[in-house]
Ligand binder design. Sequence first.
Ligand SMILES: *[C@@H]1O[C@H](CO)[C@@H](O)[C@H](O)[C@H]1NC(C)=O
Ligand SMILES: *[C@@H]1O[C@H](CO)[C@@H](O)[C@H](O)[C@H]1NC(C)=O
Length: 265
Amino acid sequence: MARRSVARLALLGVSLAAIATQLSGCLRTSSGHAPHRGSCFPADAVVIGAAGPKRMADVRVGDSLLGVDAAGKIGFSEVRAWLHRDVDAHSNMTVVETSIGKVVASAKHSIATGTVGRVEYAYADELEMGHELIAMNGSAVRVVSTGVQAAAGFYSPLTYSSNFFVGSSADSVVLAHGFAHNPAPVFSAHVVHALMNIAEVWYGTSVHAIEQEQQRRYLHPVLRAVLAVCPIVSIDAESEASLAWQWFRAPRGAAADDGVQAHVV
Ligand SMILES: *[C@@H]1O[C@H](CO)[C@@H](O)[C@H](O)[C@H]1NC(C)=O
Ligand SMILES: *[C@@H]1O[C@H](CO)[C@@H](O)[C@H](O)[C@H]1NC(C)=O
């Protein structure tokens, strides 16, 4: 048992060290900033499930969401985990209005531009009139205007493809990545999925378990461990030191994430 724990710790250390050095976001981390909470999509965002459009708040681990796979094909991809889910959060989010409607996301959430075959990502607040986003049928839709609006909830599901179509109505969905505050979302998604694989080997898929009704504030345990080593954005100072250990003691996602301010997703 002890030897196994040491092996796990070593493996985790190596993984996290790799992340800490490779995620370019880390290199630009600065501490002195007041945390501006808020990433992800609001509760009333609409995604496309296998049975049709559904509210973000109704999405469950295991659902399939429409997105684009690595080969550039539009199709469904299973929700592997919640990266971040905060039912009670309130924030001001960026509204991007396109020719087909609106999408509301946190300012630094990555929205797809380019084409289905060659997806690129830009932060929501970098988008301007004339930029082209990707509609559900793969066609380009132009940004008409951008703004800010109050939004309730932070929701960030991680699908196997790491992206999904999302909008403020079923007609207005455009492609977005699962990550925010990350200058290299595609690369980082590979790293996060690799860590998820490791976590699943250790703990089984129950590492992604979440009590959707009771856990109103959830941050995935793998992400918590990453943030403890690599505060891509900010983590509350007092909880920082204990985070990696929390992950070992409470690997099932059950620990309250008091004081953790996540901005990655
Ligand atoms: C949203 O922005 C308005 C105007 O700047 C501000 O008064 C309000 O407190 C902000 N709300 C949140 C939740 O940050
Ligand atoms: C694709 O979707 C857009 C936006 O909804 C629509 O304007 C366009 O006509 C559609 N194209 C095709 C080929 O269906």
